[in-house]
Design a protein around this ligand. Structure first.
Ligand SMILES: Cc1cc2nc3c(=O)[nH]c(=O)nc-3n(C[C@H](O)[C@H](O)[C@H](O)COP(=O)(O)OP(=O)(O)OC[C@H]3O[C@@H](n4cnc5c(N)ncnc54)[C@H](O)[C@@H]3O)c2cc1C
Length: 379
């Protein structure tokens, strides 16, 4: 067993670190304040190959491993989780799903531009009344022979307005319950497809979260991914990998807050000495460092299993639940270490604290992760 990264992994981590400092950090507070999508930065990340990291070069991707993906997600998320969620969704939920399950024509048409970062994608499972219970799909895709007629509403869709390609889960045969759900590739601009207002969120405010409305949208049969009724399995297997991305995002939010708190503790003076000399602060830093390291190891383990074609559902759920809880705890303590300065925007930690919360909710809440883990340990 080797706890060492390869040269290539270290290089890509450094590239992400440099990019986050030079391109994401300036303007991150303003983007958060004004809920501005980081469009220019997303374009640059596409050029750097961050949007199709694990896709084979044959389909326009960077052909990297999941370990590299974790390293990049951590570095980007230290600075801007609104930008890193674009990387996570495009890589894990959209490109991965298409590369693994789409047919050759679909890959050429949709995967190649997504993997090159020329366009971005969205993954559309949640609905107003179907969140944790994703089987309760109300969106319907009625089989009309050569096309499906799509009707319904999707909620909380990341990249909702900025995406061009949408992977939409919809119920075709309700009598078969989750085995009657299809995954369809829907293009922006298809007649009857409209985008709702942007959500005004507590955290990841730069991320572009919208509801989507489908009214008699004709989706060609050739846009179905996999066999008839494969949509639910498609969504669940794709989310298993997605959780590695969100776990790494949570890890980055935690380690970003920790680094800020560590530096601040060394600089801030109270009672004639640096607050880093106070044991109360030292113990907070010790706990933060320990939990972040544990979260990092869980993320890397899940990524390693994926890279080595071994089952990783339990490992990705463990990584997500632990890293997201670490992100929440660490960011709260980082604000505490900053005292009053932690409560204002220019010190960044209050934003990281707000951003941390979503990692316990999307791509399966912490409660759902515990269901996944307990099912596995009890089987
Ligand atoms: C900013 C943001 C971005 C998102 N992006 C996307 C996206 O791109 N695509 C997409 O499809 N979805 C997206 N989502 C939706 C997200 O995945 C759901 O919000 C999440 O799955 C929870 O569903 P819900 O909100 O309906 O909550 P509910 O399912 O109603 O859950 C409410 C509470 O009940 C708990 N609960 C529910 N069932 C159980 C159970 N069986 N046991 C124990 N506790 C339970 C939950 O853990 C939670 O605490 C996003 C959400 C947000 C807020």
């Amino acid at each position: 067993m080797y706890f060492e990264f390869t040269e290539e992994q270290l290089m890509i981590r450094q590239a992400a670190r440099d990019f986050a400092q030079t391109e994401l950090k300036p303007g991150v507070i303003e983007r958060d304040e004004h809920q501005k999508f980081p469009a220019d930065q997303v374009k640059m990340m596409g050029e750097l190959g961050f949007l199709g990291m694990m896709v084979s070069p044959q389909y326009g991707g960077s052909g990297m491993d999941a370990i590299s993906y974790v390293l990049v997600m951590e570095e980007l998320s230290k600075i801007d989780a609104s930008a890193s969620v674009v990387v996570s969704v495009n890589n894990s939920l959209v490109c991965y799903g298409l590369e693994k399950y789409a047919n050759e024509a679909q890959k050429q048409k949709y995967l190649v531009p997504l993997a090159k970062g020329e366009v971005i994608g969205a993954f559309c499972l949640s609905e107003p009344e179907a969140g944790s219970d994703a089987t309760a799909q109300h969106t319907t895709a009625v089989d009309m022979g050569d096309h499906y007629l799509l009707n319904g509403v999707k909620n909380w869709i990341t990249n909702g307005n900025s995406a061009s390609t949408y992977l939409v889960m919809a119920q075709t045969d309700a009598s078969k319950r989750h085995n009657g759900i299809n995954a369809l590739i829907v293009e922006k601009g298809m007649e009857g497809f409209t985008i709702g207002a942007k959500e005004n969120k507590m955290g990841i405010r730069g991320s572009d979260t919208h509801s989507l409305h489908f009214t008699d949208v004709k989706v060609p049969k050739e846009n179905r991914i996999g066999e008839e009724g494969f949509g639910f399995k498609f969504a669940m297997t794709t989310l298993e990998g997605g959780r590695i991305g969100i776990a790494a995002q949570a890890l980055g939010i935690a380690s970003g807050a920790y680094e800020l708190a560590l530096n601040y503790a060394k600089e801030r003076k109270a009672f004639g000495k640096s607050i880093a000399d106070l044991q109360a602060i030292q113990f907070k830093l010790a706990d933060m460092a320990t939990e972040i390291e544990a979260a990092r190891l869980l993320c890397l383990k899940a990524a390693w299993l994926k890279d080595n074609d071994q089952p990783y559902g339990k490992a990705s759920a463990m990584a997500k639940v632990f890293a997201s809880e670490t992100a929440m705890k660490t960011t709260i303590e980082a604000v505490q270490i900053h005292g009053g300065y932690g409560f204002v925007k220019e010190y960044h930690v209050e934003r990281l604290m707000r951003d941390a919360k979503i990692t316990q909710i999307y791509e399966g809440t912490s409660e759902i992760q515990r269901i996944v883990i307990s099912r596995d340990v009890l089987k």
